[in-house]
Ligand binder design. Structure first.
Ligand code: HEM
Length: 399
């Protein structure tokens, strides 16, 4: 499969400025959905597919829309891994890694420890009366929970958070910045060492962790495969729960009427989660490459064409979600695309749902009395490949 780094014949070419996309991609996506739902965007080096129905169609055809994108940034950062494989290779790796992330395992193995960590982090800040909930709470919580689920006992939550930032920067290094590559390489080496140590330990003493599950898989998984999969999981397991936490908390702090309803009826936290993930999707887009000629959104893409499935745009598609730009927990249920679809549907979905909607939000809003946003704080939403709040400054009545 060759990879033409050019527009498919007949595909509209749309110039988009990466800085503007980082600042706020949604106006550009709305224009693309209206007038060029499949467009070649030179600055991204891919065709952007932006309508909900087209993205769903692509996800239903993984044999046409391959995850094995040539020269992908993720492959360069991490090496071959489950996210950039197609079945059957993908199925073997996924089957090996997935069992500890299923709903029952989340409830039985991880929920208690997740809750304890959330309380400990809140204990540290409760007396202060002010904090940045991203840096002081959501990120260390997601990192500690991930270390636990992976089984990486020889790495601290700070290590995981640092490595995750370095992986994410590599995966979205569309500008090819050499400093970013250097940091990503240092992080990948550190992860490889930590995984090799852990894999050796669980080989003799299995536990319920993801690394143990891969080491003892029915179909064998090589150490390098385990290391690369752990890199992907670290790259994707910290910032997304952190960002969905930030967006949902921010939305409720700006809408006290909705916050009060949710506090009175905790069953609504689930809706806050799904709506937050739809409204500002932590992962905005991901790549696919065509294995054969295929017509979609009125354009015939030749085999080898590069496509980005822009799920952040599909999640704002007005033909599916009325008043799609609004945060509305009462909107009629339509499945959002924030966790992807098809064989690569997010492996951490149940972990994220539990740690954020069952634990983090209820604990924060119930423990920090009178929680409100700090006026004038420069909390910004940023990013388009990954999007979230840079910070979330809040204040409350310290106990
Ligand atoms: C709100 C939180 C999260 C969101 C929105 C999210 C989103 C996604 C998306 C969109 C994909 C599909 C990417 C593609 O098809 O190319 C994905 C895959 C994946 N996610 Fe998540 N993720 C979240 C949390 C997590 C967590 C906490 C973990 C780790 C425990 C995790 C691990 C993975 C893995 C391993 C894959 C690859 C699955 C495969 O290739 O079979 N994610 N995620």
């Amino acid at each position: 499969m060759s990879a033409p780094a050019t527009a498919a014949p007949g595909a509209p070419v749309v110039e988009l400025d990466l800085a503007e996309l980082r600042h706020d991609p949604y106006p550009a996506y709305a224009t693309l959905r209206r007038s060029a739902p499949l467009a070649w965007v030179p600055s991204v080096g891919r065709h952007l597919l932006t309508r909900y129905d087209d993205i769903v169609q692509a996800e239903k055809l993984p044999e046409v829309f391959s995850s094995r994108e040539e020269g992908s940034l993720l492959l360069r950062t991490v090496g071959p891994n489950l996210l950039r494989e197609d079945d059957p290779a993908h199925r073997r790796l996924r089957a090996a890694a997935e069992p500890p992330t299923r709903p029952r395992q989340v409830r039985d193995l991880w929920a208690g420890a997740f809750e304890k960590t959330a309380h400990e982090l809140l204990d540290r800040i409760a007396g202060r009366g002010e904090a940045d909930l991203i840096a002081d709470f959501a990120e260390p919580l997601a990192a500690a929970n991930l270390a636990l689920v992976l089984g990486l006992r020889n790495a601290t939550a700070d290590d995981i958070a640092d490595w995750s930032r370095a992986m994410m920067a590599g995966n979205s290094n569309y500008a090819d910045d050499p400093d970013i590559w250097l940091r990503a390489e240092q992080a990948t080496r550190a992860i490889e060492e930590a995984v090799a140590d852990t894999a050796e330990a669980v080989r003799h003493e299995p536990n319920g962790s993801v690394i143990s599950s891969m080491v003892h898989a029915a179909e064998p998984v090589e150490l390098t495969e385990i290391q690369n999969n752990v890199k992907v999981i670290i790259g994707g397991g910290v910032n997304e729960p952190r960002d969905v936490f930030g967006v949902g908390a921010w939305a409720l702090l700006r809408r006290p009427d909705v916050r009060d309803r949710v506090l009175a009826d905790p069953a609504l936290w689930k809706r806050v989660f799904e709506e937050s993930a739809r409204w500002i999707s932590p992962i905005g887009m991901y790549p696919r490459q065509l294995t054969q000629d295929y017509e979609i959104a009125g354009v015939t893409l030749p085999a080898g064409s590069r496509v980005a499935l822009v799920i952040a745009s599909g999640n704002r598609d007005e033909s599916v979600f009325e008043r799609a730009d609004e945060f509305d927990i009462d909107r009629p249920h339509r499945p959002h695309l924030a966790f992807g679809g098809g064989p690569h549907f997010c492996m951490g979905a149940w972990i994220a749902r539990h740690e954020v909607s069952a634990l983090a939000w209820p604990l924060v809003f119930n423990r920090l009395k009178g929680l409100r946003l700090v006026e004038g704080a420069e909390d910004r939403l940023e990013g388009w490949v990954f999007r979230g709040l840079t910070s979330l400054h809040v204040t409350w009545q310290a106990a």
